[in-house]
Design a protein around this ligand. Structure first.
Ligand SMILES: [Zn+2]
Length: 332
């Protein structure tokens, strides 16, 4: 049976018809509307367009924010407030004539990478989605870890600096406030003001600078832009080191739009993870780029809708390549 997976992002909505084997048979993308009516219309349009010509048994929406699983709705979404409180299942089912379930977008992406992507060899995985904000998903012992209310996995809202910048969630100094696309854009504007003669500074004199501008300039070798990405990568690694110590995963998969910058961020993150995480978790962990991007969410939502959030055959954990050591990773 085919399922439609929908990834509802703060800026775009991607929908795909997914086969049981995890193949995307058709796909559409729309810009995200920022009103309740607009969102429901866009979702209806995207689902009806993508399903044309296919037999489909259900729809699963991966949505940003805190999802109350039993109610199939989002109660809190700092980066897409228009979706808050919409009874998505109740509103969409009569419009599209298919059963609808709702999942957190990063839980869906984590499950997609676990089943079909960069974590397909692992049994214990963390997914971190770097986009407008930072989301996360946790798979432990082959099972999606949801927590008491379904709210677990908010890896972007761990405090990494108590007095840091204000986060979209209202707190200060969250990982999201240092390493998301929004944070990279904000830091780039600060650095541009300090260094007006840099290429970043010159661009900022012409127009507002965003996270993707930093990636583009860094790829062209601009030192200032490279340093902004490296700084974001360091903060990401500081967050990840704590998660590695907490969960002892085999792999951390990093996805989301900011991963356009790839190794320009991940290299610094890996270094920080190595310096700060503890043995033997440190010897085991691999920090990898998502391999299904931008379709991790679509594939994972469809797989979750099949009720497959628990895989039956455990995968063996790979042997350690280095001996565990009592010493720290080298942080002085
Ligand atoms: Zn936060």
């Amino acid at each position: 049976m085919n399922i439609i997976g929908v990834d509802v992002g703060a800026t775009k909505i991607a929908a795909g018809v997914v086969s049981p084997e995890g193949e995307v048979l058709s796909r559409v993308r729309y810009p995200t509307a920022n009103s309740r009516g607009g969102l429901l219309d866009t979702l209806t349009q995207a689902i009806s367009e993508v399903s044309h010509g296919f037999e489909v048994d259900g729809v699963c929406l991966g949505v940003p924010g805190l999802v109350l699983a039993q109610e199939n709705k989002v109660v809190f979404s700092p980066n897409l407030p228009a979706i808050e409180g919409i009874p998505l299942k109740g509103e969409l089912e009569p419009r599209i004539g298919l059963p609808v379930t709702v999942e957190n977008d990063n839980n869906a992406a984590a499950w997609g990478e676990f089943r079909f992507g960069a974590g397909s060899e692992a049994e214990n995985l963390l997914f971190v989605g770097l986009g407008t904000g930072i989301g996360g998903g946790i798979v432990m012992h082959g099972q999606l870890l949801r927590g008491a209310l379904g709210a677990a996995g908010e890896l972007g809202h761990v405090t990494v600096q108590a007095t840091g910048p204000r986060c979209a969630c209202g707190n200060r100094g969250c990982l999201e406030a240092f390493a998301s696309g929004t944070a990279i854009g904000r830091r780039a504007r600060e650095v541009a003001a300090e260094q007006p003669d840099s290429r970043l500074g010159q661009l900022a004199a012409e127009r507002e600078v965003y996270g993707e501008d930093v990636t583009n300039l860094a790829r062209e070798g601009d030192e200032t832009a490279l340093s902004v990405l490296e700084e974001a990568g360091r903060w990401l690694g500081i967050g990840l080191a704590g998660f590695v110590n907490t969960f002892n995963p085999e792999v951390v998969v990093v996805g989301g739009g900011v991963m356009e910058a790839g190794e320009l961020i991940l290299k610094a993150a890996r270094r920080e993870v190595h310096l700060r995480s503890r043995s033997p978790s440190r010897e085991l962990i691999e920090v990898k780029e998502a391999t299904l991007s931008p379709e991790s969410g679509v594939l994972g939502a469809a797989a979750l809708a099949r009720g497959s959030a628990l895989r039956s055959t455990p995968r063996p954990v790979k042997p350690l390549t280095h001996q565990p050591s009592r010493a720290s990773g080298g942080l002085r």
